[in-house]
Design a protein around this ligand. Structure first.
Ligand code: PLP
Length: 382
């Protein structure tokens, strides 16, 4: 591994089969709103074991669409973990609701159910659980809380496609689950996303929301030989194209092998870092299958003579594309200004943010790449 070629923290795997699948659709009659969308939705629903999947243009669109399906709007509160990508919280803001930030468990950085209870308000309508790094949240506790307070449970599962919680697939653990098919995620469609749910009414609402709020699509009208359509509510153009769906279908077939590979790479990191106190992997709960979108370590910064930004820069210099996931969302200027959030809101998230570092992990990475990353990390910390 030379420093001239950066080992990224994540990247897509595309083969000739994927390319052929895209080309086949490009040569067909339907570039968008065609049959391949329905095929991809059926494959994804089967994969996670639910009745409905709705494909959309991004993971962010998927999150927004769940907020719409639940009828969330102005005056409503939505509980979101402090450590996540900004899109998890932005989705509530798009609908005029207020994101309320719950703290995380310091060992896993997953949303802390106790903090969720503490942050409940009379206006809370939903909990967004983020399967951070690819580890499913504590869905037993979250389901109990959601039922007790009669709020919806949404899984932002953008990190966790292919994971399991107590043998149930991610995608079937919450009322609505969202996925992203951005190139760094488990499978890619370039840009793309989806929602999975067992609720047919929400599925129907989400299908017209992604299509301007119009209840029939172009293909349905072509089949009926009719020009008539009705827009029943304000929606968006959140559609995925059929050639993207073709790529998604082709990628999904490889996902089980990729998850296995990600887990093997994580295990190698775990073994190489075992007993090493300066960089500790996040805890993994029993009875989960971690999908390892990210491999995150917590640095013992108080015991080191070098700070995280120096460690980050040194690793980048060595050709290792480390990253930091994430800045606590409410510390961003938009959230401070719009909602008046201040530092101190989620102490565990803020403390963790100072210590975390994401090391490269993606299916095409070799065992030697893992060894190189750990060697470099240890030599910098020494
Ligand atoms: C990637 C990601 C999203 C957004 O997905 P896009 O497809 O990039 O819009 C949302 N939430 C989390 C946790 C993500 O990692």
């Amino acid at each position: 591994m030379s420093a001239s070629k950066m080992l990224p923290y994540g990247r897509q795997s595309i083969d000739d089969e994927d390319i052929a699948a895209v080309i086949e659709v490009l040569r067909s009659d339907w570039l968008t709103t065609g049959p391949t969308i329905a095929d991809f939705e059926r494959d994804l629903a089967n994969f996670v074991g639910v009745d409905n999947a709705v494909a959309v243009s991004s993971g962010t669109a998927a999150l927004h669409t769940t907020m719409y399906a639940l009828g969330i709007g102005p005056g409503d509160d939505v509980i979101v973990p402090a450590i996540t990508f900004v899109a998890s919280a932005n989705a509530a803001v798009y609908q005029g609701a207020r994101p309320i930030f719950a703290d995380v468990n310091p060992a896993t950085l997953l949303i802390d159910p106790q903090s969720v209870i503490e942050r409940m308000t009379p206006n809370t309508r939903a909990i967004v659980a983020v399967d951070y790094a690819g580890q499913p949240c504590d869905y037993t506790a979250l389901r109990t809380i959601a039922d007790q307070y009669q709020v919806a449970l949404i899984a932002d599962a953008c990190h966790a496609l292919g994971g399991l919680y107590h043998n149930t697939p991610v995608g079937a653990l919450a009322d609505l689950s969202t996925f992203s098919f951005h190139p760094v995620k488990h499978i890619t469609t370039g840009e793309g996303g989806a929602i999975t749910t067992n609720n047919p009414d929400w599925a129907q609402k989400m299908r017209y929301f992604r299509n301007h709020g119009i209840t029939s699509d172009h293909r349905q009208r072509a089949e009926k030989g009719s020009w008539f359509y009705e827009m029943i509510d304000l929606g968006y153009n959140y559609r995925m194209t059929d050639f993207q769906a073709a790529l998604g279908r082709s990628q999904l077939r490889k996902l089980p092998n990729w998850i296995e590979r990600r887990r093997a790479l994580a295990q190698r990191y775990d073994q190489l870092l075992a007993g090493y106190s300066f960089a500790r992997p996040l805890a993994v709960m029993p009875d989960v299958t971690h999908a390892y979108h990210l491999y995150v370590v917590q640095l013992a910064i108080e015991e080191l003579s070098i700070d995280r930004s120096q460690i980050f820069a040194e690793l980048r210099k060595a050709g290792i594309g480390v990253n930091v996931h994430y800045i606590p969302v409410y510390l961003h200027p938009f959230y401070r200004n719009r909602f008046n959030y201040q530092p101190g809101l989620c102490p565990q998230a803020e403390a963790a943010y100072e210590r975390i570092l994401s090391l490269p992990i993606f299916p095409a990475m070799t065992d030697q790449d893992v060894d190189y990353v750990v060697e470099q990390l240890m030599s910098i910390l020494r």
